[in-house]
Design a protein around this ligand. Structure first.
Ligand SMILES: NC(=O)c1ccc[n+]([C@@H]2O[C@H](COP(=O)([O-])OP(=O)(O)OC[C@H]3O[C@@H](n4cnc5c(N)ncnc54)[C@H](O)[C@@H]3O)[C@@H](O)[C@H]2O)c1
Ligand SMILES: O=P(O)(O)OC[C@H](O)CO
Length: 352
């Protein structure tokens, strides 16, 4: 009989979810109290005439979302989300943010909430029943469990290739942070922990909007100075808007990997940047570019730009966030991309 008291279920199997499964499948062997078989909920689809779950379970590779990297045999792909969470006490939530609420509704009556905790690897905010919510807020609302978050300068393909990088865990419960750190840290994936769940999440969601702006800069064939200006002004707006979401967000969080680190990597190497550039170069809509360029992967910054703008408008603070507002107007209202540079607040301090 197994002595395991905990069981892992990964909710999501995209580019980052699959990469995370590889780390967890190795690290789970370090903790005797966790079942070595990891369930991974896979949103089923056909790939070259075969079910993706069957391909993952036989070839041990997610050929669509992380081709070229083996997934250890102890990860089992399951297409039914209720079956996937059966017996699970450690939930890793890692789908594009727009799908989270639907998933939580499906699993909420199938979780033993007295002994389950979750970690969200998602970068996005969502419009919930009561307005705008982070993923941890939404998860708590539906499941009523402890939620930790993990976010940082983490392009999944680079992590899968074993390149050194760092990330940030945001926690409320120290004991949970300790467990998640054990489960996720590797010699090339270094984690620091901060007690600022919402701050870490806000950084991850907001940087995706700035990444679109960085892509616009590249699409306009502008250089490094312009990109640096957009990154810096973006960081200022990210920090400035944070208190509107929560008074508990710490300024120091913006100096962690989840803040400035992620902003830099995403503005140079992420999908949001890439599609921002293509948006300017081709004049096609973001929806079209997502379909044409991402092969099923999802763009987070576009929907976040829309959701963030609704939040900014509702709070009547449009004047305070010209960069966030410009990105929205360019993406959704057909504003000229060159308008990105007019009216930006270039200093936090009083200027002459
Ligand atoms: N990829 C990265 O480099 C990276 C790194 C850090 C964080 N993140 C964040 O992780 C989260 C997940 O992103 P990803 O890159 O793993 O995903 P992805 O964009 O690579 O893949 C999209 C996933 O969504 C699934 N999907 C499609 N329709 C669905 C539906 N109706 N319901 C549920 N799932 C559906 C697809 O099967 C696929 O697994 C995002 O918030 C992203 O910002 C991504
Ligand atoms: O590819 P993106 O733009 O979704 O960004 C990926 C990661 O969030 C970078 O840390």
């Amino acid at each position: 009989m197994s002595s395991a008291t905990d069981k892992i279920c990964i909710l999501g199997s995209g580019n980052w979810g699959t990469t995370a499964s590889r780390i967890l499948a190795e690290n789970v062997h370090k903790i005797p109290t966790i079942d070595k078989t990891i369930n991974m909920y896979v949103y089923e689809e056909m790939v070259d005439g075969k079910k993706l779950t069957e391909i993952i379970n036989t070839r041990h590779e997610n050929v669509k979302y992380l081709p070229g990297h083996k997934i250890p045999d102890n990860v089992v792909a399951i297409p039914d989300i209720v079956e996937a969470v059966k017996g699970a006490t450690l939930l890793i939530i890692v789908t594009p943010h727009q799908f989270v609420e639907g998933m939580l509704k499906k699993i909420k009556d199938h979780i033993d909430t007295s002994r389950t905790r979750a970690i969200s690897l998602i970068k996005g905010i969502t419009i919930g029943k009561e307005g705008t919510a982070t993923i941890s807020m939404l998860t708590k609302e539906y499941l009523g469990i402890d939620v930790t978050v993990l976010s940082g300068a983490n392009i999944a393909n680079e992590i899968a290739a074993g390149q050194f990088c760092e990330s940030t865990i945001g926690y409320e419960c120290k004991q949970s942070a300790h467990l998640w750190k054990q489960l996720f840290e590797t010699p090339t994936f270094r984690l620091s922990c901060v007690d600022d769940v919402i701050g870490v999440e806000m950084c991850g969601a907001l940087k995706n909007v700035i990444a679109l702006a960085a892509g616009f800069v590249d699409g306009l064939r502008m250089g490094n100075n312009t990109k640096a200006a957009i990154i810096r002004i973006g960081l200022v707006e990210m920090r400035k808007i944070a208190p509107y979401f929560s008074s508990t967000i710490k300024h120091e969080t913006f100096l962690e990997s989840c803040g400035v680190g992620d902003l830099i990597t995403t503005c140079y190497g992420g999908r949001n940047r890439r599609l921002g550039e293509a948006f300017v170069a081709t004049g096609k809509s973001m929806e079209t570019l997502e379909k044409e360029m991402l092969n099923g992967q999802k763009l987070q910054g576009y929907s976040t730009a829309g959701e963030l703008y609704q939040f900014i408008k509702e709070k009547n603070i449009v004047e305070e966030f010209p960069l966030f507002v410009k990105v929205y107007q360019i993406c959704y209202e057909g504003a000229d991309v060159n308008a990105l540079f007019s009216g930006l607040n270039v200093s936090l301090q009083n200027s002459i």
